[in-house]
Ligand binder design. Structure first.
Ligand SMILES: C[S@@+](CC[C@H](N)C(=O)[O-])C[C@H]1O[C@@H](n2cnc3c(N)ncnc32)[C@H](O)[C@@H]1O
Length: 180
């Protein structure tokens, strides 16, 4: 799985706080939790069934139990365009195939802004999505994020057909960021 490799490359210590924006049933969230010991994998979602079938906090909780990571997973019902978390409170923020589900460019920009806001200095951001990554890339560069990269994830991550190859955006929050 592509995300397993991406998470491994982060070389986590195990005590990190990782946030998954639009975690859904937990495909990425639970993989992150498996790489933690004292850390927490925090998922936030509105559990929209239009975006993922069988979507609910209960379903994700059940999946966490099945994976044996309940103690490291925290679920929140909330909107990623208005995150209920403090500034600089996560070591890593990830989002997989979720930001494109926000209707309207302004909403998607808010989600990216919020991701940067809650990330601690030196924290890392990874966004995989089928649309909008070029705009997110420009926004991240404008906010002063460093090491902003955008690349195709390749055939193993295609979703919706070959016309919708998923791109991965990565960036690091510098130690002092002029946000916006
Ligand atoms: C296609 S699913 C992807 C779920 C998961 N990340 C995965 O890779 O399996 C998109 C998810 O984004 C969530 N979502 C859409 N808009 C959202 C918003 N504004 N705030 C939080 N979650 C949202 C949906 O409820 C859904 O769970």
């Amino acid at each position: 799985m592509v995300w397993a490799e991406l998470l491994d490359k982060l070389r986590l210590r195990g005590d990190e706080r990782i946030l998954d924006l639009g975690c859904g049933r937990g495909a990425v969230l639970l993989m992150a939790a498996q790489r933690l010991t004292t850390g927490r994998a925090v998922g936030i979602d509105l559990w929209r069934s239009a975006d993922q079938s069988g979507n609910s906090a209960q379903a994700t909780q059940r999946n966490a139990f099945a994976e044996g990571v309940t103690d490291r997973v925290e679920l929140h019902t909330g909107d990623m365009t208005a995150l209920p978390f403090a500034d600089n409170s996560f070591d890593v923020v990830v989002s997989s195939l979720a930001i494109h589900n926000i209707s309207g460019r302004a909403g998607r920009e808010k989600a990216v802004y919020q991701a940067v806001r809650v990330l601690r200095p030196s924290g890392r951001l990874l966004i995989a999505d089928i649309r909008g990554t070029r705009q997110h890339q420009a926004q991240l560069a404008k906010t002063g994020m460093s090491d902003v990269t955008r690349r195709r994830l390749g055939w193993r991550f295609w979703w919706g057909g070959p016309w919708a190859a998923t791109r991965l955006l990565t960036a690091t929050k510098p130690t002092s960021t002029p946000q916006e």
